[in-house]
Write a protein that binds this ligand. Sequence first.
Ligand SMILES: C[S@@+](CC[C@H](N)C(=O)[O-])C[C@H]1O[C@@H](n2cnc3c(N)ncnc32)[C@H](O)[C@@H]1O
Length: 230
Amino acid sequence: MDGRLKTFLKSRFPALVPLLRRLKFIGTSPQERFAKIYRRNTWGDEDSSSGSGSNLAQTEAVRAVLSSLVRELNCRTILDIPCGDFFWMKLVDLDIDYIGGDIIDEMIRDNQHQYGNSRRRFLRLDLLQDELPKVDLIFCRDCLVHFSYEHIFPALANIKRSQNAYLLTTTFVHRDRNEDIPTGGWRPINLQVAPFNFPAALRLIDERCPEAEYRDKHLGLWRTADIPVL
Ligand SMILES: C[S@@+](CC[C@H](N)C(=O)[O-])C[C@H]1O[C@@H](n2cnc3c(N)ncnc32)[C@H](O)[C@@H]1O
C-alpha cells in the first residue's frame, strides 16, 4: 500500500491502525520479515541496522554495566540472542566465551567474518525453536518486544528448556498492561504483568533510555528456572 495512503488512513481512521499493521505482514514468515528489515535498513539508524535502540547513545548505560554483571555472576559463557549487527556489543570488554545468535543468515555471516575469533562465534539460531547452546547467561535484548504473544511464549519456553542458569532481557517496568502485536512490529512489554507474570527480577538495570516515553526501559535478570510455565 502506498505510504501516503497509509498515513492518510491512519490519521483519519485511527481504529484501522491494528488492521493496517496486520496487513503489512500477511504472507511473510517472521524470518522473512526480519531479513527484509535488515536488508532495507527499515529501522534506519545511522549507527546500527538493528535500529535506534542499538545505537551508542541508547546502549551507553548497558555497555557500562554488562561486563561487571557478567563477572559478578561468575559467567564464563554468554549467548547473545539476538545479537543483531553486533554494533554496540563489539565495544563491551566481556573477556568470556561469546556466542551471538540471530535468525538472519547474511547478518550472521557478516558478523562472523568481521568479528569472529577464537572466543567469539556467531550462529544462525531461531530463538523460537532451535536448541540453544549451553551457556551461563542468555542475553536477549530488544527481541520479545518485536514478537506477537504467539511467538513470545515459545521463545520463553525454549529459553527455559535450555536449563541455562540466567536470562537477562528487556522489560519496561512501569507498564501495567501488555498488548499483542504481529511479529515484526514493536511495543514495550512488562514481563512482570499478565500474560507473562514473571516474579520480581533478581536485578534490574536501568537502560536510561533517552526517549522520554521509554524511560522505564530496563534489563531484568531472572533465573531461567523461575520463568513461569506459560
Ligand atoms: C532490534 S534487533 C536487537 C539486536 C540486539 N539484541 C541489540 O540489542 O542490538 C532484533 C533482532 O532480532 C532478530 N530476530 C528476530 N526473530 C528472531 C528469532 N526467532 N531468533 C533469533 N533472532 C531473531 C532480528 O533478526 C534482529 O536482528
